[in-house]
Design a protein around this ligand. Structure first.
Ligand code: ADP
Ligand code: MN
Length: 255
């Protein structure tokens, strides 16, 4: 009962009328004690004041729109603590030279995963890549800059039907320059770059950095190739004259 109360308070809901709201359903489904406590901590620190609106419900995380204590919009990514993606997360973390001891407890593994996304965002910003500014993280919750105004910014996938060939060409080159700068100067790779993880805003904004890693990771070249292949594939379908991903890979890794 007290859990419900706190959820409602946080969500700014009026119990009687909004018990069936989508927000409440998603929330109570992913809400466990740890998440509740972590949200309370975030609220105490002013990072989150209210949550409203589910932006996305994914396999490993849900993203909410919220307000901080000053009324600024924030995006709140809450990782599931009981994810079925355990194996994948474990494999990715085990290969990352930045990550030390790996706990057996899935929840603690998710905390490391969350922190790693925060660190990746910070690192990408250092190399002048437009990403949501990371604001705070704790346990399985990441708070970041909200991209959008009233609504979240559309993904490239959402607006592709409205784009001209010239716009696709420009976006292709922009994205390839990002991949290149990240690899050469940032010594890192995104690893899941696609039309679903690019938000169309002031500039294209690259999101979803949980699987990103450093170039000295033994999986890094595989991830780099995956990004190059996905991006060239996508833009080729849109009529852009693209480079060969294998050639580009060789050029970047210098082999
Ligand atoms: P997933 O692992 O579920 O794909 P993402 O980080 O890609 O997680 O986020 C899922 C969706 O949430 C995105 O496609 C986007 O629509 C929205 N989203 C994520 N981060 C932000 C943000 N900072 N601002 C606005 N919308 C966001
Ligand atoms: Mn995504």
């Amino acid at each position: 009962e007290s859990v419900d109360r706190k959820i409602f308070e946080l969500l700014g809901l009026k119990e009687e009328r909004e018990k069936d709201s989508e927000l409440y359903k998603v929330f109570s489904e992913v809400f466990d004690k740890t998440t509740q406590e972590t949200l309370e901590y975030m609220k105490k620190r002013g990072y989150i004041d209210t949550l409203f609106g589910v932006i996305s419900t994914g396999k490993e995380a849900n993203v909410f729109r919220g307000l901080d204590k000053d009324g600024n919009q924030v995006a709140v990514k809450i990782y599931r603590t009981y994810t079925t993606e355990f194996r994948r997360i474990w494999e990715y973390l085990a290969a990352d030279p930045r990550v030390g001891y790996l706990p057996k407890d899935i929840r603690k593994l998710v905390f490391i995963w969350t922190r790693r996304e925060f660190k990746n965002l910070q690192r990408a910003i250092k190399y002048a890549v437009r990403v949501p500014e990371p604001l705070a993280f704790r346990k399985n919750i990441l708070v970041m800059e909200f991209i959008g105004n009233e609504y979240p910014a559309p993904r490239l996938k959402d607006v592709e039907r409205t784009l001209s060939l010239e716009e696709f060409e420009e976006l292709y080159h922009y994205t390839m320059r990002v991949i290149e700068r990240l690899w050469k100067r940032g010594e890192m790779v995104h690893g899941d770059l696609s039309e679903y993880n690019i938000l169309m805003w002031d500039k294209p904004v690259i999101i979803d950095w949980s699987q990103a890693t450093v170039s000295r990771n033994k999986m890094a070249k595989t991830l780099l190739y995956r990004d190059l292949r996905n991006i060239t594939h996508y833009f080729a379908k849109k009529g852009v004259e693209v480079e060969d991903p294998s050639d580009k890979l060789k050029e970047l890794v210098g082999e």
